[in-house]
Design a binder for this molecule. Structure first.
Ligand SMILES: [Zn+2]
Ligand SMILES: [Zn+2]
Length: 164
């Protein structure tokens, strides 16, 4: 057993390092098994392959943020279901919910709500886009047919005049 902070030998029963005073297992510089230097945040020693103390879970805050972002963007995507707001918000909500779930391994109620809102918002926005496209196509066809009938009318009048 070695001090993770200074790499000096550490008594099995010792609670703090006699050389540097670091608590047992504290530090990220040395492997507790072989005293090889380790990278901060590494979970496995490159010298002996032994497990290193896991870094403090600092992802809890990030997970909470992702869940909140997921929920907010999910609700936004439903409220403003359109091409410019609803679709990006809905997709962002789904991604954030998945990120939050990846970090914790379980789907919390907030992530779940965000995910559902995101899916609903994305589907609504998708439908909105499809309806808009159909509307414009129908409008375009209408205008075109009107123009076509008007021009054919004009051609007929022209033909009558030429014949007369
Ligand atoms: Zn030490
Ligand atoms: Zn080691």
């Amino acid at each position: 057993m070695y001090c993770r902070h200074c790499g000096s030998a550490f008594g099995e029963a010792a609670v703090i390092c006699v050389r540097c005073g670091a608590p047992k297992g504290e530090g990220t510089v040395y492997c507790p098994n072989c005293a090889a230097q380790t990278q901060p945040g590494a979970t496995v020693c490159l010298g002996c392959g032994g497990p290193l103390a896991k870094p403090q879970p600092d992802t809890a805050g990030g997970t909470q943020t992702a869940a909140i972002v997921s929920l907010v963007t999910g609700i936004l995507s439903i409220l403003c279901c359109s091409v410019f707001v609803g679709l990006p918000c809905g997709i962002a909500a789904i991604i954030c919910a998945k990120k939050a779930k990846q970090k914790t391994g379980v789907m919390g109620p907030m992530e779940l709500a965000g995910l559902i809102c995101g899916i609903v918002g994305t589907v609504f926005s998708g439908l909105f886009i499809i309806v808009t496209i159909i509307y414009y196509i129908a409008f375009g066809v209408l205008i075109f047919s009107q123009v076509a009938s008007e021009s054919s009318e004009y051609l007929r009048v022209l033909a009558f005049r030429l014949m007369a």
